[in-house]
Design a protein around this ligand. Structure first.
Ligand code: NAD
Length: 275
């Protein structure tokens, strides 16, 4: 894999930290003839997954609230836009129908101490990040079982394996997604269907950019100290992950060579969870 110096991004990177280029794909996977549904495909990790799965030959259905961003991707030939609110659970289940590959990715974050955490926001996050993936997969499995092949990739997080203060709903949701992923792995195994979690540390996406102010308030520090003192404090590799690096692992999991990788939680966290 070739590398270049990291650009200095808005959230801050150590200068000179090598970052893999996104120009060359390291994983060789042919997904011609496969249909992939990617949720939250308009931005960040979902967008990178849509681009990568499309480059591997899959027909990609891009599901997101943001119809305008989806239309731009569709204009570039990345895939078919599916403008949808995934908290509409019946619509989410319908979106899953006919997919050979499901990438459950859409997610949001709220940073607040438990005693101040808005209860309706807690319910909303569990609906979007646990119930909706359940319904998408519920819609997709009959087709996968019929074909004797399927791939479910759940974009979890280090927070599916570890907790951080002030993220009650997110950590709860990701731990729930981990459990769901393992059940699908057990049930799907006999049908050629795998289900795995991908567990990134902090990825350079709008979701991370948006939480800087909330993190600063919750931790009582200025915003410019959040990257070093909060986001990267527990990561031995002191840089944010690029969305394309996560997508590279996702596309590997979708290939035939990964048929024995099932029920796993694969960290992309710079050794955060090793400590
Ligand atoms: P992002 O904010 O860049 O993108 C999320 C996308 O989800 C957006 O396009 C948004 O429109 C869409 N979305 C949100 N609510 C929706 C809804 N109700 N219906 C349809 N679409 C909806 O975020 P990201 O950082 O790319 O995060 C993607 C996933 O990766 C999330 O599940 C997140 O928890 C996980 N993750 C992110 C990081 C990180 O550091 N960014 C780390 C680990 C895990």
């Amino acid at each position: 894999m070739t590398t270049h110096d990291s650009p200095s991004g808005p959230v801050g990177q150590a200068p000179g930290t090598p970052v893999p280029t996104t120009a060359a794909h390291t994983v060789r996977v042919d997904l011609t003839g496969r249909t992939a549904l990617v949720t939250g495909a308009a931005s960040g990790i979902g967008r990178a997954c849509a681009l990568r799965l499309s480059a591997a030959g899959a027909t990609v259905r891009m599901a997101d609230l943001d119809g305008r961003a989806l239309a731009e991707l569709a204009d570039q030939g990345v895939g078919e836009p599916v403008e949808i609110d995934l908290t509409d659970l019946d619509a989410a289940e319908e979106a899953g129908r006919g997919a050979d590959i499901v990438v459950n990715n859409a997610g949001v974050q709220t940073v607040a101490p438990v005693q101040d955490f808005p209860p309706e926001r807690f319910s909303f996050i569990l609906r979007l990040m646990v119930e909706s993936p359940f319904r998408v997969v519920r819609g997709a499995l009959p087709h996968m079982y019929e074909r004797g092949w399927g791939r479910v990739v759940n974009i979890s997080s280090v927070h599916g394996l570890r907790a951080s203060a002030y993220k009650a709903a997110y950590v709860t949701a990701k731990h729930g997604l981990e459990g769901f992923s393992k059940v699908v792995a057990l049930e799907g195994a006999a049908h050629g269907v795998t289900s795995n979690c991908v567990n990134p540390g902090y990825v350079r996406t709008p979701l991370v950019e948006r939480q800087i102010a909330e993190q600063a308030a919750a931790h009582g520090i200025p915003e410019e100290r959040v990257a070093a003192e909060v986001l990267l404090a527990r990561s031995p590799v002191k840089r944010l992950i690029e969305p394309a690096e996560v997508a590279e692992l996702v596309v590997y999991l979708c290939g035939d060579d990964a048929s024995f990788v099932n029920g796993a939680s694969l960290t992309v966290d710079g050794a955060w969870s090793a400590s």
